[in-house]
Write a new protein. Sequence first.
Length: 156
Amino acid sequence: MSDLPVVTALHLAPRHHAPTEQVDAIAVEAGRGVVGDRYHGSRHRHVSVQSAPSLAEAAGVLGAPVEPGATRRTVTVSDGRVPTEPGAVLRLGDPARPDEQVVLEVVRVAAPCALMETSVGPGAKAALRRRAGSVLRALTSGTVRVGDPVKGLLGD
């Protein structure tokens, strides 16, 4: 059994401003992003990743729970900190099968948008500042599933 953090939730939104849908798996295309998501085919906004500990911190600031899907991020991981430094790399999938892993590269910090004031609640944008994860580009294609190990998080 691996001690690596794992994917705990996956969400996508088929259109801008559409509610997110929780799914068990996502198909990621290199250079294009998550199939079926609003950002599929965008230049570099392929996948967004957040961590459960950061959501717990935001909930403490907000004084209310912050549900993973309400933040509109694609991937939520169980532990660690999502790197925010451009060029940092995350690998999602079984480390014993590196050719099947989805490799993502950090592009920038994921800034909380004004829509979170509605989806999470008043004060969410401020509570999630510096806690909303990162936006990444897909370097390889593959499938990410709930329960997949994640390598490259800060502190793992």
